[in-house]
Design a protein around this ligand. Structure first.
Ligand code: EPU
Length: 354
């Protein structure tokens, strides 16, 4: 039984526009799941401070939501408060001959910011064009695509620390960025509410070698002069061809992370599947595209419990007719078991869950 008293929220209900019983399928791009008991749009650090202190006082759990493109909502009601980050801002804090440093509000739309920086001819996030979601969500899973990762250009992250109830500045080195990972989804999951992200972009034009799919696009289109804009155009064209638009086909981008396997297993697999795509990791392990594993296991294009394994990229699951989270969970279990049986690899879900 809940120990908190709803009327206590009354004081900030009007000021903060805290809403009750808000359906989370409206706020997540997979478009399924139950309600949040409370839901608040926050536009400033003061808003966050008020909500978090109130939530602590009443023992109400919090969940921080950005664009909802990397969050899957469960069917049960979330018996806490969803903090919907809407903090805006785009501030150039340093401009030198070689680089520009920009502080961006966590609630800004990620691709709007990429577009803005590309228009200024800045390089560093142009290959992350078209990634759905907000700026604040980008460092959480260290978004990466076509050879760039947000962690590589991040100077620091400003965040409200729900433990100390104050603001902190975390330099990139303290964020522990790695493949699709950071402290924000690891040891310090849900501890920090990111308010701004500071990135440093270069005035030097993007240089080859490019990610294979991007180089293929340049070759096909006879592009030999590379700018942030040509990279953005190429990436958007590739994404459009391979990734379903969440506005038309509910999905959460890559539903699984690519697999990282130890050398002994890699040696055994490559002997059996000599054409298996793979990438060497700095630590001696090997990354295997999970889209390939799922396709080889026979799931590409299949409809499982209302979830469609995308026919152009098996890493993406589309909610075609799922009745709720339980359908998604059943589809996920079937796919994971199929890959485990064929390859002895346990694949992992990429999106977080509320
Ligand atoms: N592949 C298949 N079958 C498939 C899908 C992929 O055989 O159904 C093979 C491809 O032929 C290629 C390899 O797998 O040899 C890699 O495919 P791709 O270049 O499309 O990239 P990915 O590994 O599937 C990752 C990211 C994407 C990112 C692309 C491009 C993850 C989990 N996903 O996908 O990120 O856009 O690289 O850099 O790392 C996302 O996170 O939502 C996302 C879309």
């Amino acid at each position: 039984m809940s120990t908190y008293c709803v009327p206590l929220w009354g004081g900030i209900l009007e000021v903060m526009q805290v809403r009750t019983n808000v359906p989370l399928d409206h706020y997540t791009t997979m478009r399924l799941g139950g309600n949040a008991r409370f839901f608040a749009d926050v536009h400033s650090i003061e808003d966050i401070d008020t909500i978090v202190k109130q939530a602590k006082a009443q023992n109400v759990p919090t969940y921080i939501l950005g664009g909802g493109s990397n969050t899957i909502a469960n069917d049960e009601r979330f018996d806490g408060i969803v903090i919907h980050n809407r903090i805006q801002g785009f501030e150039i804090i340093e401009d030198t001959q070689s680089s520009t440093t920009i502080r961006i509000g966590a609630g800004e739309n990620w691709d709007d910011i990429v577009k803005k920086t590309v228009e200024r001819n800045l390089s560093g996030i142009e290959a992350l064009s078209g990634v759905p979601g907000t700026v604040g969500a980008a460092p959480v899973q260290n978004i990466g695509a076509y050879g760039q990762e947000v962690g590589d250009v991040t100077v620091s992250v400003d965040a409200y620390d729900t433990k100390s109830l104050g603001m902190v500045t975390l330099p990139a080195a303290e964020c522990s960025f790695s493949y699709r990972h950071s402290i924000f989804r690891g040891d310090d999951y849900q501890r920090y509410i990111i308010t701004t992200v500071t990135i440093q972009l270069s005035k030097t034009a993007p240089q080859p070698p490019f990610y294979k799919a991007l180089q293929d696009y340049f070759d096909t289109n006879a592009i030999t002069f590379f700018t942030p804009q040509t990279v953005r155009d190429g990436v958007l064209a590739i994404r459009f061809a391979k990734l379903p638009d969440p506005a038309l086909h509910p999905n959460a981008g890559s539903f699984f992370k690519n697999a990282i396997v130890d050398n002994w297993l890699f040696e055994e697999l490559i002997a059996s599947y000599p054409t298996m795509p793979n990438f060497d990791m700095p630590d001696g392990r090997h990354k295997i595209p999970t889209g390939w594993l799922i396709e080889q296991a026979g799931f590409k294009g299949q409809l499982l419990h209302g979830m469609r394994v995308h026919d152009k990229n098996a890493l993406v699951l589309i909610n075609e007719s799922a009745t709720g989270y339980s359908d998604l969970a059943a589809a996920r279990a079937e796919i994971a078991a199929g890959v485990q049986t064929k390859f002895r690899i346990q694949i992992e879900q990429e999106p977080l869950e509320i």
